[in-house]
Design a protein around this ligand. Structure first.
Ligand SMILES: Nc1ncnc2c1ncn2[C@@H]1O[C@H](COP(=O)(O)OP(=O)(O)OP(=O)(O)O)[C@@H](O)[C@H]1O
Ligand SMILES: [Mg+2]
Length: 354
């Protein structure tokens, strides 16, 4: 933890100016000291006897939750800091907001809303370093529009946040904006360091996992390839498998589209045109099982949050097999597919592009 002598006057005045009821959004490019400032604010608030909630939406370099998720925790004592109790887990499925802008905005809103029900004195929200360019500006703008924080802390090296800050002050009446420079002691972290940090977290999380089978009849699959239709029955899949001489493990049929997961890779385009003649849908997608192996998934119940994470293993006979540390999957109602691919050891092995 930072000693008081290393803390600038600005940081002390940030804490002094906090009011009960404040919701604070911390913005800044990568390695500007956002998380360090937040840790300082949390410590100081605890010392003052305040209950402070933390929303960790930095899906790449998370502080309390797992990479690929947005999580929250409430702190009222130093003990709480040692092993933060996760209040809620929202699954993004990627270590970056790219391709997940809608989910990022909804996730931050839902997570903040959920932690506000714990009646904290103050909420602080950590964000990713995605701040440059129109897409980043738009994402931050929409998140702030949804969450309606009372205060934004902008840590900028030069004036890189000014386009966003100008937009915010033109858009939101009464929003306090505090501009800070990064501390001279900030240390930039390399890509390798960030990767190692994520892999360590995944390794710890998946260390006591086992492969659990979930009945596909009880769950909805979503994101990526999934969600465009209703599941095709096992008997029809068996029939299709026999006709086309391939192992059709899963299928979904929508109005104009169908999706199939098949065991062997083979030559997919030839299979697609044959199946298209039989199924009569304008869009047919056939995905080899191997493409999905290792994909990170969120295991959700009701309400949009997840109970935990898993790594996709296989599909067969009306079940889906997931490697997960969860012991009881009876409450799982949704399985959300991410894009990151992991080995059970936590090693990142690639990304799925849908
Ligand atoms: N005021 C400070 N004094 C000493 N070290 C600091 C200070 N601020 C940040 N650092 C160090 O700099 C590094 C980056 O800081 P930090 O993780 O807080 O940045 P960040 O903006 O949250 O980065 P990211 O975008 O990766 O989440 C860390 O190793 C941190 O310990
Ligand atoms: Mg950070």
């Amino acid at each position: 933890m930072l000693t008081s002598s290393k803390v600038s006057k600005e940081w002390l005045s940030v804490v002094e100016d906090l009011r009960v009821g404040d919701v604070v959004f911390v913005l800044g490019a990568s390695d500007t000291g956002k998380t360090t400032l937040i840790k300082f604010v949390i410590n100081e608030c605890i010392k003052k006897g305040k209950r402070i909630a933390f929303v960790d939406s930095d899906v790449g370099q998370t502080s309390i939750g797992l990479p690929t998720t947005i999580s929250s925790s409430v702190f009222s004592s130093i003990e709480d800091l040692k092993s933060p109790k996760i209040n809620s887990l929202f699954f993004i499925g990627s270590t970056s907001p790219h391709g997940n802008l809608l989910q990022m905005a909804v996730g931050v809103k839902k997570t903040t809303e959920s932690v506000l029900r714990q009646r904290p004195d103050v909420v602080v929200i950590d964000t990713t370093g995605f701040v440059h360019g129109p897409a980043a500006t738009e994402l931050k703008y929409q998140k702030i529009s949804l969450v309606q924080p009372s205060c934004v802390i902008a840590i900028q090296r030069e004036a890189e946040l000014e386009p966003l800050l100008r937009l915010l002050s033109n858009s939101f009446e009464g929003l306090r904006i505090i501009r800070l420079n990064p501390s001279p002691d900030v240390r930039a972290r390399s890509f390798e360091e960030r990767l190692a940090n994520r892999e360590r977290r995944f390794a710890r999380y998946f260390s006591r996992s086992s492969i659990l089978k979930i009945d596909l009849g009880n769950v909805s699959l979503r994101r990526g390839y999934f969600g465009g239709g209703l599941p095709i029955s096992s008997s029809r899949l068996y029939e299709i498998s026999k006709i086309f001489g391939a192992d059709f493990l899963y299928g979904e049929e929508g109005k104009d589209e169908a999706l199939f997961i098949v065991r062997s890779a083979g030559y997919i385009p030839a299979l697609v045109s044959k199946v298209q003649g039989f199924i009569q849908k304008s869009s047919i997608r056939i995905v080899p099982l191997g493409d999905l192996e290792g994909v990170i998934v969120g295991l959700g119940n009701k309400g949009g949050f997840v109970l935990g994470l898993g790594i996709f293993s296989s599909m067969e006979g009306g079940t889906i097999s997931i490697l997960t540390p969860l012991k009881d999957v009876s409450r799982v109602k949704t399985i959300t597919f991410g894009t990151l691919k992991l080995e059970p050891s936590g090693k990142e092995v690639g990304k799925l592009s849908y």
